[in-house]
Design a protein around this ligand. Structure first.
Ligand SMILES: NC(=O)c1ccc[n+]([C@@H]2O[C@H](COP(=O)([O-])OP(=O)(O)OC[C@H]3O[C@@H](n4cnc5c(N)ncnc54)[C@H](OP(=O)(O)O)[C@@H]3O)[C@@H](O)[C@H]2O)c1
Length: 231
């Protein structure tokens, strides 16, 4: 059981899916948690704030208000992503998929100067960064940029640590599909993986918690993907 007593965490995108599971685990460990998203939210024991990660002024105000905070997790998707064959892809859609990277960069640039020197940051990339899968070139390019950013920024923000988690196919509210259609989507999408099922938000959040707790890890990426990238 983690002990986050006395720690303050800000989880951007902490109101759904992987971010919400992280919010709940931090709370269970005794942390004071602020969860942010664009929409209103209500989570027992958590301060919910409405912030768009692309709104730098609002982010700066959030961080300043919580000066000295310990943990920054950013799991915000940022906005719509372009999915489909590259040669048919709408280029504005491809470009807009990078909202996730800009949200991450904004939060690290504006958040780290307000964090405790023993603080830690975790960002979420995604397995298409290192594994080709039909239709995912835009999100893979974004994920690859997120991972490069983590490796490089680790040098500049030390002693604050920064790491990433790269999830495989995870069953979260990101997919709007319901019922049989949803089951088929996850079954088909994971059929070739070594662990042929979708992962859960909790399985990914457990890696986020590891990276926040372990003070000897920085600049790296933990894959939580059911073996997706080695097949
Ligand atoms: N699920 C997967 O299979 C999978 C696979 C690989 C990587 N990932 C990555 O894992 C991360 C979390 O995904 P998820 O599946 O947990 O998604 P999710 O359930 O859709 O949750 C996304 C969260 O981000 C918030 N958000 C989105 N845009 C935002 C913005 N501009 N400003 C502030 N908050 C924003 C959402 O709240 P609001 O809508 O209220 O803003 C929500 O809290 C993402 O980076 C995603 O790319 C997911």
């Amino acid at each position: 059981m983690s002990n986050f007593g006395g720690k303050k965490a800000i989880v951007l995108g902490g109101t759904s899916g992987i971010g919400l599971a992280t919010t709940e685990m931090l709370l269970d460990g005794g942390a004071e948690v602020i969860a942010a998203g664009r929409r209103e939210c209500e989570i027992d024991g958590v301060e919910c704030v409405q912030v768009d990660v692309l709104d730098r002024a609002a982010l700066a105000e959030l961080f300043e208000r919580n000066n000295g905070f310990d943990y920054l997790v950013n799991a915000a998707t940022g906005g719509p992503r372009a999915i489909g064959p590259f040669l048919e892809m709408d280029l504005d859609g491809f470009q807009n998929s990078f909202a996730k990277l800009w949200g991450y960069v904004n939060s690290v640039r504006l958040g780290v100067p307000q964090m405790s020197a023993s603080g830690a940051v975790v960002l979420i990339s995604g397995y298409p960064a290192r594994k080709w899968r039909a239709g995912t070139i835009a999100i893979g390019s974004v994920g690859g940029s997120v991972e490069a950013f983590i490796h490089l920024a680790a040098n500049e923000i030390s002693p604050v640590r920064i790491n990433g988690v790269s999830p495989g196919l995870i069953d979260t509210p990101m997919s709007p599909l319901q019922g049989d259609e949803r089951r088929e989507y996850y079954a088909k999408g994971s059929a070739q993986h070594l662990i042929p099922r979708a992962g859960t938000s909790k399985e990914v959040a457990a890696a986020v918690i590891f990276l926040l707790e372990n003070e000897f890890v920085t600049g790296t990426i933990v894959d939580v993907d059911g073996g997706a990238i080695v097949t």
